[in-house]
Design a protein around this ligand. Structure first.
Ligand code: ADP
Ligand code: MG
Length: 209
């Protein structure tokens, strides 16, 4: 993995998020305050605009630059949570000497644990963690079993979709949707949907590369 990988994937994510923008906006209008799509699109644009700044940086510095930009530039819960994700990725051990699939799995797993601590949300609370935690666990488990990268990523796509769909019937106990109680039932969590789209995009791009 290189800084080019980060930018290339940010560009692919921009396309897939834009394709689903109306749906994501509607989801946050139903159980949040409607700004989630704006936050996500702004975050992606900020990352893509960093291309000239980060393209020749070592991975740790590139990821840290992304983290700082995301933290300062995106509002809402998502800014703090994605900022934490990138900040933790940036601290991954030995990432400046190369990031292969094993290392990617390791640092992504650790980054998700950091996001979990930052937001104090676990599986079942109707947030993006219903996607991120199962995805991180699946990556780690299947990689330890030495399954092929393609098998693992296809399973991750499946698990991300199941996690996203699982939020529909949940009551939220974290985030704005928690103020709605039972009324949040029947609506997919916007952050779970945007995370699932982003994860699926990256998995498909790696499978097809
Ligand atoms: P805000 O809720 O501040 O308006 P966004 O609309 O950008 O921020 O993001 C909303 C999403 O953030 C929710 O759909 C949910 O997935 C996620 N979220 C909210 N609170 C938490 C939390 N404590 N931990 C993890 N994810 C959270
Ligand atoms: Mg919102």
């Amino acid at each position: 993995m290189s800084t080019k990988f980060l930018i290339d994937n940010a560009k692919l994510i921009e396309l897939s998020i834009n394709e689903n923008a109306e749906e994501i906006e509607k989801l946050d209008q139903e159980i949040g305050d409607g700004d989630h799509i704006f936050n996500v699109q702004r975050g992606i644009k900020l990352v893509i605009d960093l291309e000239p700044t980060i393209k020749d940086l070592p991975m740790s510095k590139a990821l840290n630059t992304i983290a700082m930009k995301v933290l300062s530039g995106i509002g809402g819960s998502s800014g703090a949570l994605f900022g934490t994700l990138f900040m933790t990725l940036a601290k991954g051990k030995n990432i400046d000497s190369g990031v292969d699939f094993n290392k990617s799995v390791e640092i992504f797993y650790d980054a998700v644990q950091a996001v979990k601590m930052r937001g104090k949300a676990d599986i079942g609370e109707k947030t993006m963690m219903d996607v991120l935690i199962p995805v991180a666990n699946t990556l780690k488990e299947l990689n330890q079993k030495e399954e092929s990268m393609e098998t693992i990523l296809n399973k991750v796509i499946e698990v991300a979709r199941e996690g996203m769909l699982s939020t529909k019937e949940l009551i939220a106990t974290k985030g704005r949707a928690s103020f709605l109680g039972e009324r949040a039932k029947g609506h997919i969590d916007p952050g779970a949907r945007s995370s699932q789209i982003m994860i699926t995009t990256v998995c498909e791009s790696v499978i097809n590369s």
